[in-house]
Design a protein. Structure first.
Ligand SMILES: Cc1cc2nc3c(=O)[nH]c(=O)nc-3n(C[C@H](O)[C@H](O)[C@H](O)COP(=O)(O)OP(=O)(O)OC[C@H]3O[C@@H](n4cnc5c(N)ncnc54)[C@H](O)[C@@H]3O)c2cc1C
Length: 438
């Protein structure tokens, strides 16, 4: 990303510029609707385009907390008919004795979570983002440069037709994914560790009905997850070494299904059909800070996780719900350092816990040493026999570490009438020229 920005043909003013309209950025735009804040959302790939990197072929396992956020934001009704509940989770270690189960009914829940197709989520979120006085969608367009001043940040937004526009914002939200150029432009480094694993994603149709059970099976080359989805199919997330993934991507369906059967066994009978395969290289990326001067970093831009426990988007949605709650309470302070430090403090515990849990799980089950195998099998058995541990895990997946945001508790945020556009322009903070870098 170039800094300073290229000359722009026109200037638009806003309170919050969200860079990245993937799952997290689009959710934030919906959450900030009607708060009296002028919002700009900048995204290079339309949500329904085949090349959209966030709303793609994948499905996402949503925790009950995330589902509640979407319900409170009024988008759940557009997702519900494509959602499949998870009523039980079964965890096992291939070739070893240990296994563990978590049952929704035992936890007093109807479901432990739901599985939703990413594309359906994209349609629902963008469906809620109708053009309105307090919302500007720049799509297809990307941020190509930024200059930060004391009271605002000026973004260069290049649209697909070759025009460049300046967007000046009191607060910039970096929601542009794990390789976030916005985070880098604000001088915030990220720690990246390549897991040297690739997730091959597809759907498979087993002979037996999945009965709403999600399976997590740890194998010698990485975890294999089967999540229940519609029409009796299961979403398969097969994690393998990158060179193996390259081979697997070239296999026939029959060859692929035989391999899945070998790794998973016959608990669901024979696998009959496979869908299209897509491969995702896996890494842990963790931004060293969650804010910078007039910038907040959310979702994958703040933390890109291994999908083993299905927690990345759930964590990102809690970033969204927390930030929206702070902005709803103090909308006049978008970009204010006090609000940003409050955001950092709020997100720290949840973020630390989920990153450590996910990364720990990957490392524990990737360890080939026999004593470690033995201990983790004992651990799984102990977990299976110890109800408080299961309650703790199901609480963890709902984001129970620290303060739970209102939206995740089903409490709507305070809305105000949208401010008029010319009222924004009269804001002296927005009219000040951008100055030195932060
Ligand atoms: C295989 C797999 C399975 C997963 N399963 C689950 C699951 O079951 N449950 C769960 O909770 N999580 C899951 N995750 C994690 C989840 O997908 C991510 O947490 C989520 O995609 C994060 O969304 P995001 O919007 O932060 O980032 P992204 O999805 O990376 O979106 C970033 C957006 O920013 C845009 N962008 C990039 N550069 C620019 C720019 N310069 N200007 C403007 N916009 C830009 C991109 O086009 C994109 O739309 C899974 C991940 C993988 C890889």
């Amino acid at each position: 990303m170039a800094t300073p920005h290229e000359p722009a043909a026109s200037m638009s003013m806003c309170d919050v510029a969200i860079v990245g309209g993937g799952m997290v950025g689009a959710s934030l735009a919906v959450a900030l609707e009607g708060m009296g804040l002028k919002i700009a959302l900048i995204e290079p790939v339309p949500h329904d385009a085949a090349a959209q990197p966030s709303f793609d072929e994948r499905t996402t396992a949503l925790s009950n907390g995330s589902r509640r956020v979407l319900e409170t934001l009024g988008v759940w009704s557009e997702v519900a008919s494509a959602a499949t509940p998870i009523r039980r989770i079964h965890v096992s270690d291939r070739g070893h004795f240990g296994f563990a189960r978590i049952d929704a009914a035992e936890q007093g829940l109807d479901a432990l979570g739901v599985v939703v197709p990413n594309r359906v989520l994209g349609r629902a979120l963008f469906g809620a983002l109708e053009p309105r006085a307090d919302f500007e969608l720049h799509c297809p367009a990307r941020v190509t440069g930024l200059t930060a001043g004391p009271d605002s940040v000026e973004l260069s937004v290049a649209s697909a037709d070759g025009n460049t526009q300046a967007v000046r914002a009191r607060l910039v939200v970096a929601a542009d994914g794990a390789g976030s150029a916005v985070r880098a432009a604000f001088g915030v480094p990220a720690e990246v560790r390549d897991y040297e694993q690739t997730a091959v994603i597809t759907t498979v149709t087993p002979r037996k009905f999945h009965e709403h059970v999600a399976y997590e099976r740890f194998t010698e080359s990485g975890p294999l997850a089967l999540l229940p989805t519609t029409q009796g199919r299961c979403v398969l997330v097969l994690t393998v070494k990158p060179d193996r993934a390259a081979e697997i991507m070239g296999w026939s369906d029959a060859q692929f299904l035989a391999e899945v059967q070998r790794r998973f066994g016959y608990r669901l009978g024979r696998f009959l059909q496979a869908g299209r395969r897509v491969a995702y290289p896996l890494a842990l990326s963790r931004s060293l800070k969650t804010s910078a001067h007039r910038c907040v970093i959310v979702g994958n831009a703040a933390q890109g996780l291994h999908p083993v426990a299905g927690m990345g988007f759930n964590l990102g949605l809690r970033d969204v719900a927390s930030l929206a709650e702070l902005l709803a309470a103090r909308s006049g302070e978008a970009g204010d350092p006090t609000l940003l430090s409050e955001y950092d403090a709020w997100r720290a515990a949840d973020r630390r816990l989920i990153i450590a849990f996910t990364d720990g799980l990957v490392r524990l089950f990737a360890n080939p040493l026999a004593p470690v195998h033995h201990l983790r099998n004992l651990g799984l058995l102990a977990f299976d026999l110890f109800p408080p541990a299961k309650s703790a895990l199901s609480a963890l997946s709902t984001g129970a570490a620290g303060r739970v945001p209102k939206l995740a508790r089903g409490v709507a945020l305070e809305r105000r009438a949208p401010l008029e556009r010319d009222a924004r322009v009269r804001d002296p903070a927005l009219l000040r020229a951008p100055g030195a870098a932060p």
